[in-house]
Design a protein around this ligand. Structure first.
Ligand code: ATP
Ligand code: MG
Length: 575
């Protein structure tokens, strides 16, 4: 491809609205342009990289036995009503109505659409296992679209859905996808950190997120330096630590006057003890009904864990009016002693507290010397707090470390959620109906591209891994006379004829300008045909990733280029 016939609108300056490096470089290298907030167009060079990524994904999906579909982007409201998600998807789902009043969603995901499609296509146990996938656009009305294509309102996802006869079958399908994901990310040149994302109803390794470590990551990962346990903070478990007051003799429970002492900080100052001594009691609305969560004062509630424990769809902190109604006291004096008429759940650490302090459900009064079991009963308990760095690893007890990450892919054992609610069944050998069990598997294609750039760049620009580079070779021609131009043209033809993808800078510009652009857009190999060739027959071959410039004659060019490509490919190829 000749640059004079192509369109690569590179920019010298960083765009002012781009805060992450991948976003800046994607704009500056002419890969994407913003259309409106949260929506980006891919320009020809960016599209080539995107297509390289989708090609890898496709190859690995096929290798794992998944079958490619292309589903409609409009999904009828009736499908979402069947699964019950029309009411629970909330504002992130774009909804539209046609001229006849029919309602649709612009698909944010395709569980319903694929489940209904597969339902119409299978009838016998012989039709399973089945794994279907597509590479298609998703629409999500994100609250805060940002970081360029990392979080946009419209993006491309590879989404796959497996259907199996039983849990053992699901495990096989899940492991095949797990393997495929590892290969995809390795081949695309990114290091991912697979983290456990849920140990919920399905148990074991029911869900895994593929994270890319990044300072701008929105997810917090907790990682054990000892045994390798890794989990998203949203879900991370941690071992129970020794509780406050351990070893003390239980004292009598006594009322203490605490005028205007409401927050944990106030209490720490007032009582002169550590925050873990307090039994913090928070009132939430779970699907509109008040519930109380009790935890030690040094911790924060993990609302994902709490919501799971309660089995609720929506969970939010209750407004003051509800707190006052439930506790019959102003906000700041809630507690579990003298049980309230609300469902109350306790964090697992509460049980071990000796001589705790908690609100008395009375204005300006706390109880001191509170002991679980004696002063209140624990009926429902679970791990409901956010794990933090320094907590003990749930697997081996070593203090956990913390990293920020971006999720590029997610694999998940869904279970029977959709096949049951949407009545999918097949007949077994004896003619009895069986409900298939599902898994779902997503990769954000655009986000993967951004993640590749986050991991492969320097201060001059992008350094594409050869597997996803838009072109393998960037040919810089520095000829001026007709004869020189013809000699560069001949090298270009030679490379093209050998089947190498070449971007040829044939513009009239200074060497410095051309080299800066080559570094910015970052093809793996730069081939320079300039003075050294015109006078001495030497062509310069240089890797974008660094290393020496090699000088070769015309006859040695192809093997030099091939050797670099082969070596880089070998490094990326998954075993
Ligand atoms: P996040 O927590 O980042 O919002 P998610 O849990 O909503 O992600 P999934 O529904 O699991 O994401 O979607 C699968 C993949 O799609 C994600 O791993 C991510 O790579 C990608 N993705 C999700 N939302 C966006 C978005 N708004 N823009 C670009 N890619 C996205
Ligand atoms: Mg999301």
């Amino acid at each position: 491809m000749k640059l004079t016939r192509y369109l690569v609108p590179t920019l010298k300056e960083n765009p002012s609205d781009a805060v992450v490096v991948s976003h800046r470089l994607m704009i500056r290298a002419g890969l994407i342009r913003k259309e409106t907030a949260g929506m980006y167009a891919y320009l020809p060079l960016g599209l080539r990289a995107l297509q390289k990524i989708t090609a890898i994904i496709r190859e690995e999906m096929e290798r794992a036995g998944a079958l490619e579909f292309l589903m409609p982007e409009l999904t009828g409201a009736e499908l979402w009503k069947e699964s019950g998600r029309w009411d629970t998807m909330g504002k992130e789902m774009f909804r539209i109505t046609d001229r006849n009043g029919m309602a649709y969603a612009l698909a944010p995901t395709h569980e319903e659409a694929f489940t209904a499609m597969v339902r119409s296509l299978i009838s016998s146990y012989r039709d399973l296992p089945l794994n279907v996938y597509q590479i298609n656009t998703k629409f999500r009305d994100e609250i805060r679209p940002r970081f360029g294509v990392m979080r946009s309102k419209e993006f491309i996802m590879k989404d796959a859905y497996s259907f199996d006869l039983d849990e053992a079958g699901l495990e096989t399908s899940y492991q095949a996808m797990r393997q495929a994901y590892r290969r995809i990310f390795q081949r695309a040149g990114i290091d991912t950190i697979p983290v456990e994302a849920d140990t919920g109803a399905m148990g074991g390794s029911a869900s895994e997120e593929f994270m890319v470590a990044s300072e701008v990551g929105e997810e917090v990962l907790l990682i054990c330096p000892q045994c390798g346990y890794r989990a998203n903070q949203e879900r991370a478990a941690h071992a129970r630590k020794a509780s406050a007051g351990g070893g003390e003799t239980p004292a009598a429970c006594a009322e203490v006057s605490t005028p205007d002492v409401k927050t944990i900080d106030d209490l720490v100052a007032f009582f002169g003890c550590t925050a873990d001594r307090f039994l913090k009691s928070l009132v939430y609305l779970a699907d509109g009904k008040p519930v109380m969560a009790v935890l030690t004062g040094d911790r924060d509630v993990n609302e994902v864990k709490l919501r799971n424990l309660l089995g609720a769809v929506e969970l939010e902190l209750a407004p003051d009016s509800v707190v006052e109604e439930v506790t019959k006291a102003p906000v700041g004096f809630a507690g579990p002693v003298n049980a309230l008429a609300v469902r109350t759940v306790f964090d697992i650490a509460v049980r071990g507290v000796v001589n705790g302090i908690t609100g008395a459900n009375k204005k300006d009064v706390h109880f001191n010397g509170v002991n679980p079991g004696r002063d209140f009963t624990i009926k429902e308990e679970g791990d409901i707090v956010l794990a933090v760095a320094g907590d003990a690893c749930p697997a081996c007890g070593t203090p956990l470390g913390e990293k920020k990450g971006i999720e590029v892919g997610h694999i998940f054992k869904l279970g029977y959620k959709y096949t049951k609610s949407m009545n999918v069944s097949v007949l077994d050998e004896k003619g009895a109906a069986i409900t298939p069990i599902m898994g779902c598997y997503g990769i954000g294609v655009n986000r993967t591209m951004a993640a590749i750039i986050e991991q492969h760049h320097d201060d001059k620009g992008i350094i594409w891994p050869v597997s996803v580079a838009p072109f393998a070779v960037h040919l810089v021609g520095l000829g001026k006379s007709d004869d020189e131009l013809a000699r560069v043209e001949e090298i270009y033809a030679l490379l093209c004829a050998a089947g190498i993808e070449v971007l040829y800078d044939d513009r009239h510009a200074t060497p410095g300008f051309k080299f800066a652009d080559a570094d910015l857009i970052g093809m793996p190999i730069r081939v320079t045909v300039g003075k050294g060739y015109f006078s001495g027959g030497e062509i310069e071959v240089k890797r974008r990733a660094g290393g020496d410039t090699v000088k070769v004659g015309r006859d040695g060019l192809m093997s030099a280029v091939r050797a670099i490509i082969d070596e880089e490919r070998a490094r990326l190829n998954a075993s």
